[in-house]
Ligand binder design. Structure first.
Ligand code: MN
Length: 406
């Protein structure tokens, strides 16, 4: 009895049942790493996820079709958010079960008129997206991802820096001999936003490769290094400088996901936040065969910048989809919502012994101590938080306990 009075969250390796799960988790993570490598932006995520859904028998949702338990449908919002549903045996007005995560990640976006030439280097000017620590983005290899819509309405998908044979891009920093003044800055401003310029070229346009009239124009042009970069982009993608205003170009670390540690127990990768939740949510959705409650798995855009915009959760797209589901079954959407439950999944920071001061150890999540259930977030008195009720926590903890989840 006395031993049952206290509680501490077990380490997975200390539990016989937990040890059995380690092998399974490692296998699961092999595919997770592949997902991280091929889906670094929200658009890429949606494209990859759509293929996985279609291969698993999901069809585009049609409000006029009749669905039965076990049927699987999906919907895409503007190529940047995706919803997947498996119909349950219960009527929809008994509620649905939602599980969502975001698929946008912090990165460097290009400004609409991004290309400059300065000091005989061609560079892209960036505007960072989401919560980044700016000093972390210098001197690391970067890859260029994105979409450009040309004047004629066709679009080009760009991905440079991910293939072994691709070039990569860099943002420079000062060498120690020249950084005396910079060293006086605070860490936050060690690199400031306007210094996040990406080096894209150093050689002028090759006049020999051009026809006579072009060679003449190029010779008279002012910024021949910038011109060279534009020419190379035009050769490959058929785009011009003007097209950057019709584009979404994102720079992300060019690294692939790697195991970390002698024991390979951790994964180092770009975009864990929040693919670490989006991928398991998707796997759970795919594995659901004929549930009691209808599922709704949403992988959404724009969380990093406050969930705004028509592909973020502050828009109506999830609610509208639920309304279509209700309409499809002839039930009141208010009843559907009133009886529904939602897990909003996102990353949590793990206790770091190098920086113990910022954690309250007893209430911090710890590596290898299982799934994190975050009752509330927010700051300054739970401000900005959704604080889960005792009843809801009991429901979720009960489900986890029953399934042997730590
Ligand atoms: Mn997140």
């Amino acid at each position: 009895m006395i031993k049952d009075l206290t509680w501490s969250y077990p380490h997975i390796a200390d539990e016989p049942e937990g040890r059995k799960q380690i092998k399974k988790a490692e296998k699961f993570c092999e595919d997770y790493k592949k997902f991280l490598n091929i889906a670094k932006t929200e658009r890429e995520c949606v494209n990859v996820v759509e293929v996985m859904l279609v291969n698993a028998g999901y069809e585009r949702f049609d409000v006029n079709r009749k669905y039965k338990a076990g049927d699987k449908v999906y919907e895409i919002n503007r190529g940047k958010s995706i919803i997947a549903t498996t119909f349950g045996t219960a009527d929809l007005d008994e509620g649905i079960r939602l599980n969502g995560a975001h698929i946008d990640s912090p990165r460097l976006d290009l400004k609409p008129n991004p290309m400059i030439e300065a000091g005989e280097l061609a560079q892209f000017k960036t505007h960072y997206y989401g919560g980044i620590r700016k000093y972390q983005w210098v001197t690391v290899p970067l890859a260029m991802h994105g979409t450009v819509v040309r004047k004629d309405g066709t679009s080009a998908c760009i991905c440079i820096g991910e293939d072994e044979n691709d070039p990569v891009f860099y943002i420079s920093d000062l060498l120690p001999h020249l950084s005396q003044k910079q060293d006086q800055r605070t860490l936050k401003d060690g690199i400031n936003a306007e210094e996040l310029n990406i080096i894209i070229g150093s050689m002028p346009i090759d006049l020999d490769g051009l026809k006579a009239s072009d060679a003449k124009a190029a010779k008279e042009a002012k910024n021949q290094i910038k011109l060279n970069a534009l020419k190379l982009l035009n050769d490959k993608y058929g785009i011009t400088e003007r097209d950057f205003a019709r584009a979404e170009i994102e720079f992300v670390p060019a690294y692939k996901a790697k195991d970390v540690g002698f024991d390979r127990s951790l994964i180092g990768a770009y975009g864990h936040d929040d693919r670490v939740c989006a991928y398991p949510a998707l796997m759970a959705e795919l594995a659901t065969k004929k549930p009691y409650y209808t599922t709704l798995t949403f992988l959404t855009d724009k969380e990093e910048i406050g969930s705004l915009g028509n592909t973020g959760l502050d828009s109506h797209y999830i609610y509208d989809f639920i309304e279509y589901l209700a309409q499809n079954q002839g039930v009141d959407v208010k009843d559907v919502c009133a009886n529904s439950c939602c897990l909003s999944a996102d990353v949590n920071s793990a206790y770091d012994p190098t920086f113990p001061d910022v954690f309250e150890e007893q209430n911090s999540s710890k590596v290898n101590h299982g799934v994190v259930l975050t009752k509330y977030t927010g700051a300054r008195g739970k401000s900005g938080s959704s604080d889960a009720s005792a009843e809801f926590m009991a429901k979720v903890i009960g489900i986890m306990d029953k399934a042997g989840v730590f």
